[in-house]
Ligand binder design. Structure first.
Ligand code: AMP
Length: 385
């Protein structure tokens, strides 16, 4: 991997309205990025294999092709001034190959670090920040030896390609290890100590390559490994909030961050803040910022990659964000008329499969606990109880 300081030097130049931003990936994150970009006067192109994908519906043009189609990435670069992405599993080499055609203000080191859990953990630790204890493991023998050091319970994750709990197994005993022995092929993996967290949280940080700003720390609830709800702000002590802001700024500085970075955290009962993973882009747990903050995570992303100054985001109101998965579309639509407080977002996806993220609802509130209870009380999300 090239040294970050060399790779990032002079990377972000100022982009004026009228310029074109190319987004690799056309889902809801790309869509909300595009909406921000458009109100600032940028044009938007998107690369996605699905015709009329959520981002294409609000963009100026779509290149319809697979994300790793290098000819398509080149076409996007030829038609755009800068490239960005809405997910981390983008081919970093393919982006590097077209950087003479369009700028990549986020650089590609950020991608290379965050696509590989071992690189990611090392980067986080090198920047003075705690993670679960971890070992890279490439074989059953290495796994056995790592378990000897880390102990049970532990979490085995593939180094790359995993998301929302896919590609990971919790090992609680020898019996679970036996099961892994039976898997056959052993993909390059990481073994992490199991963190006995009090709750999960996240914090967003955004930058323009030089200056960095943080959003409030928020509490996240997952169901079946998918984000269900975000409560902003998280009910944490000053010390915990401070620790989260400081680690976010250290990581942003380490990356010379341009755009938005999401940091997923574990907070322990005794107030330790441990980084789980990074997402080099806006994040589902940051959707509340659209209504609840003075600048939202998508605006911040666009400003950052455009090299604009970064205003400090202010929380204007506490908020609760709940995801609308495929199975929640009908029940929530049936109740829209009864809930003026619901800020309803629909991503325009053609097909509403079970567990597929179709939209979200944000409620601004002075009483987050009462709002959480009211949302659950509608019964729309009863399948997740
Ligand atoms: P990830 O794909 O790394 O975000 O993991 C998905 C979920 O698994 C997290 O949101 C946690 O709930 C859980 N998890 C992941 N790693 C650990 C760990 N080291 N200790 C405890 N729980 C974990």
């Amino acid at each position: 991997m090239p040294s970050l300081s060399e790779e990032t030097k002079g990377r972000v130049s100022t982009l004026m309205p009228g310029s074109t931003i190319g987004i690799v990936g056309g889902g809801q994150l790309g869509r909300m990025m595009a909406l921000s970009a458009r109100y600032m006067g940028f044009k938007v192109g998107v690369l996605d294999p699905t015709e009329n994908c959520p981002t294409a519906q609000v963009a100026d043009f779509q290149v319809t092709a697979a994300y790793d189609d290098t000819a398509a990435i080149r076409e996007l670069a030829e038609r755009c001034d800068v490239l960005t992405y809405e997910f981390e599993n983008v081919d970093a080499d393919a982006i590097d190959e077209v950087r003479h055609l369009a700028a990549a203000p986020q650089g590609t080191d950020l991608l290379r670090v965050t696509q590989d859990r071992v690189n990611e953990k090392r980067f986080i630790n090198d920047h003075g920040t705690d993670t679960a204890p971890w070992r890279a493991v490439n074989s059953i023998a290495e796994l056995e030896s790592a378990l000897g050091e880390i102990g049970y319970p532990a979490v085995l994750k593939t180094r790359s390609g995993g998301y929302d709990g896919h590609g990971q197994t919790v090992l609680r005993s020898e019996a679970d290890l036996d099961e892994v022995r039976g898997f056959g092929d052993f993909a390059p993996s990481i073994l992490e100590g199991f963190v006995d967290f009090a709750f999960e949280a996240s914090i967003l940080v955004a930058g323009n390559g030089k200056d960095f700003v943080t959003f409030p720390i928020v509490r996240n609830e997952h169901r079946n490994n998918i984000l269900h709800m975000t409560v902003a702000p998280a009910e944490v002590s000053e010390d915990v909030a401070q620790a989260a802001h400081e680690l976010a700024l250290r990581l942003a500085d380490g990356f010379a961050l341009a755009g938005t970075l999401a940091i997923e955290l574990f907070v322990t009962e005794d107030g330790r803040v441990i980084v789980n993973e990074l997402a080099p882009r806006p994040h589902n747990s940051g959707h509340y910022t659209i209504e609840a903050c003075s600048i939202d995570q998508f605006d911040a992303h666009v400003r950052g990659i455009a090299g604009w100054p970064m205003p400090q985001p202010k929380l204007l109101s506490p908020a609760v964000m709940v995801n609308v998965l495929g199975q929640h579309v009908e029940p929530t639509r049936a109740l829209i008329g009864e809930h003026p407080e619901w800020n309803v977002h629909d991503y325009g996806k053609a097909e509403g499969r079970h567990d597929r993220k179709m939209g979200h609802i944000t409620v601004l509130t002075d009483d987050t606990a009462a709002t959480v209870a009211a949302i659950e009380g509608t019964g729309c999300w009863n399948d997740l109880r």
